[in-house]
Design a protein around this ligand. Structure first.
Ligand SMILES: NC(=O)c1ccc[n+]([C@@H]2O[C@H](COP(=O)([O-])OP(=O)(O)OC[C@H]3O[C@@H](n4cnc5c(N)ncnc54)[C@H](OP(=O)(O)O)[C@@H]3O)[C@@H](O)[C@H]2O)c1
Length: 313
């Protein structure tokens, strides 16, 4: 008689403990914040994919710190909406929107031509935009779509803005990678066929590119910081999870994953913190320096040359 009731009491007890643990975890997550009070007055920051998710939250944080923020987005209607949303929250800083489609190397070239012609300085470049599990497709440049947006577009963009970053030194390049890079595997002979895990592969490519760039930029005053924001409730899973399912999962997301405002703190830390002045080449998580994974340290210098060739740099 008593054993089923004990069973149900254990289930209820276990459930309550799990929810309490999640709430506790949620409270500690809110406490992880970029503690820098540095103002970015007179500084220009360029953020890719700033119309939603982490990019938009970062744009807001930097506007609050009086930065001049260029929101580089592929859809100018969404970008304008995001800019208006940010203006509802703060009147600080300067906001600009500009068209950038990272899947098209001609769009990247055009974008950089405009930036180089119009901007006198660039203090921080935040390579944030990405897609996850985009259905397989080959772009107009003959590149696999996930690799094109997440790696090749970033690669070309960063290289074409390097002179401006050097001219504005000390300046920073921030790569928003992901801890999922650990599951990546890059076959340099086969970068543009269908990948088993295109997101992890492209995030691993981000890391190899960032590490190589860090060594190439030594002594130039341009620092390179790479980070993982953790799991964040954004639109990144749009190719995997339908909007209806995403809506239904919101309570679970609230408990288990960071909000964009929480998730962007490490990006802001890498972009502005005085603790990172005169530092380059690190990997960050939760606003702290973290260990490079084993696979990150393998380094593939050839990826740089292959990317130069494939992007027509
Ligand atoms: N969310 C997470 O749990 C998580 C975890 C680890 C790492 N990250 C990283 O965080 C970064 C930001 O992602 P998120 O979570 O904020 O995702 P998100 O909400 O989906 O935002 C991605 C941004 O990238 C833009 N984008 C996509 N394709 C583009 C293209 N071809 N050209 C230019 N922009 C393009 C999107 O623009 P549209 O809206 O027009 O598509 C959007 O602004 C990514 O690098 C991601 O890998 C996220």
């Amino acid at each position: 008689m008593s054993s089923p009731s004990w069973f149900w009491w254990s289930v209820v007890g276990g459930g309550i403990s799990a929810v309490a643990l999640c709430i506790l975890k949620r409270c500690t997550r809110t406490a992880i914040k970029c503690t820098s009070l540095r103002l970015m007055s007179g500084k220009t920051v360029l953020i890719t994919g700033a119309n939603c998710g982490l990019g938009k939250a970062t744009a807001l944080e930097l506007a609050k710190r009086d930065a001049r923020v260029i929101m580089a987005c592929r859809d100018l209607v969404k970008a304008k909406q995001a800019m208006d949303d940010i203006r509802q929250v703060t009147t600080m800083g300067e906001l600009h929107i500009a068209k950038l489609d990272l899947s098209s190397m001609s769009s990247v070239k055009q974008f950089c031509e405009n930036i180089n012609a119009q901007e006198s300085r660039l203090d921080v470049l935040i390579n944030n935009a990405a897609v996850m599990a985009h259905p397989f497709a080959i772009t107009e440049d003959g590149l696999e779509i996930n690799m094109a947006v997440n790696h090749f577009g970033n690669f070309l963009l960063t290289n074409l803005l390097l002179d401006l970053l050097k001219k504005s030194s000390p300046s920073r390049i921030v790569f928003v990678s992901s801890s999922l890079h650990k599951f990546g595997k890059l076959n340099l002979k086969d970068l543009n066929t269908k990948h088993k895990n295109p997101y992890a592969d492209s995030k691993l490519a981000n890391i190899y590119f960032a590490r190589e760039l860090h060594s190439r930029l030594k002594g130039t005053g341009v620092a390179v910081h790479t980070l993982s924001p953790g799991m964040v409730n954004t639109e990144l899973g749009r190719h995997r999870i339908s909007n209806v399912l995403r809506f239904c999962l919101q309570p679970l997301f609230w408990l288990m994953v960071k909000s964009p405002e929480e998730g962007c703190q490490t990006i802001v830390h890498c972009a502005i913190s005085e603790n990172l002045d005169n530092v380059s080449g690190g990997y960050y998580a939760n606003c702290k320096e973290s260990q490079w994974s084993e696979i990150s340290q393998e380094n593939l210098p050839q990826l740089y040359e292959i990317s130069e060739r494939l992007t027509g740099l």
